[in-house]
Design a protein around this ligand. Structure first.
Ligand SMILES: [Zn+2]
Length: 407
């Protein structure tokens, strides 16, 4: 048993605890509360972290570790289709060794910024055997695309299941990520949904991200339409629909889905959202700003009951993997939000999206011992604001009961 003391413990349930402590037994939290109470009821070595705020490790609900090396490489383009062409040109020059290095760099950077859990969309799941054991709890969601050749998701999942069965020390797991309605067929989506449901693994996708994706499905025109037609996609499904209605016509979108973006919605889409299943949504504030997408309807979606999480997206459209920087960007764009609400979007909400509400995202008895500390600066600002404003490398972190030292 270890007792970790901090000036303030922010469990993300109930109020912050001054002079707080967390008792950790192995890889689980045994208790959290006032230092005097926790140390009286739980014996063990005391680690006093001093003037810090201790909170649950942050959870990144949408990330592409593969493209960490593309930071700053792709300037803002005239169109989303141009950006896809630019990233494809860079990707063509990269080999497996580059991607392995990129994933490792992304994990290190995420760790430095206090992320303990990542939902990573992995375009190259075959590279997992070349990686050292990741320091963070990572869900590797195999990103599948079938414009040019068909994909058997049963095979993809069987390989991942075998990998995780033989590597029980890897924290997290695997899932599926049909890329987007413009790159993954209706068949691929329904196969992925079926496999994910049968095996109980997460499923995520990109949807209604750009104006050009909307234009492609609604009007059968525009740069994305022309680009995808040019590379051989069958465009018969375009015209008279929206990306959301395309997806909902092709499968029953249930509450298990984790949908990234959802920026482009028309009035018919709002009808569908009002009456349909309340899936999880990931908003990527800084990537959104980079692409200058239409405003994200955070308040309206929240009122309808959607669980909204934050993600960094990849460094091909962002400058760092800091989730607290995403929180700050969100608070700049949505001044009505409280810092506490925004922090829930990188703790409690993504834990629910991963169906880990009983083990991640809070400091509570029985939860995984995934903790981070940020300095408690002496100021009158309230504690959630102090956390949101922290910009550096986190001074201390624990994942699954083990303290990690940032290099
Ligand atoms: Zn993405």
């Amino acid at each position: 048993m270890k007792i970790i003391r901090a000036r303030t413990v922010v469990p993300m349930e109930g109020d912050p605890i001054e002079n707080g402590a967390v008792a950790v037994d192995g890889n689980r939290i045994a208790a959290a509360g006032n230092f005097a109470d926790v140390s009286a009821s739980h014996g063990g070595e005391v680690l006093d972290l001093g003037e810090v705020i201790l909170l649950p490790g942050l959870i990144n609900a949408h990330c592409h570790l593969d493209y960490t090396m593309l930071r700053g490489k792709i300037p803002r383009q005239h169109s989303f289709a141009d950006w896809i062409l630019a990233i494809n040109a860079h990707k063509a020059a990269l080999g497996e060794t580059d991607y392995v290095a990129s994933i490792a760099a992304g994990l290190t950077e995420s760790q430095e910024f206090g992320t303990t859990t990542i939902l990573n969309l992995e375009a190259f799941p075959e590279l997992l055997p070349r990686l050292p054991r990741p320091p963070l709890r990572t869900w590797w969601c195999a990103e599948v695309i079938d414009i040019r050749k068909s994909v058997d998701v049963h095979e993809v999942v069987a390989a991942l299941r075998e990998w995780f069965r033989s590597h029980p020390d890897w924290l997290g797991g695997f899932g599926l990520a049909p890329h987007a309605p413009y790159t993954a067929s209706a068949r691929l989506y329904s196969d992925a949904a079926e496999v994910s449901r049968a095996q109980g693994v997460p499923i995520t996708t990109h949807l209604a991200e750009s104006a050009e994706e909307m234009q492609m499905f609604r009007d059968a025109s525009g740069p994305a339409f022309e680009f995808l037609k040019g590379i051989g996609r069958n465009m018969d499904d375009c015209g008279n629909r929206t990306p959301l209605s395309w997806l909902m016509q092709n499968l029953s979108l249930d509450e298990r889905w984790i949908i990234a973006h959802l920026n482009e919605l028309d009035s018919g889409d709002w009808e569908l959202l009002t009456h349909g299943a309340k899936f999880h949504i990931v908003h990527c504030p800084r990537s959104h700003t980079f692409f200058q997408h239409a405003p994200f309807a955070l308040e309206k979606l929240t009122v309808l009951g959607f669980n909204i999480c934050l993600g960094t997206d990849s460094l091909a459209s962002n400058s760092s993997l800091s989730l607290l920087a995403e929180v700050r960007e969100l608070l700049r764009n949505e001044p009505w939000m409280s810092p506490r609400d925004a922090l829930e979007m990188v703790t409690i909400n993504p834990a629910a999206a991963l169906r880990e509400s009983g083990s991640l995202g809070k400091i509570s008895a029985g939860f995984c011992a995934d903790l981070i500390a940020v300095p408690s600066i002496a100021s009158e600002t309230e504690v959630f604001e102090k956390i949101a404003s922290f910009e550096g490398v986190v001074p201390w972190m624990m994942v699954n009961g083990c303290a990690l030292i940032s290099s």
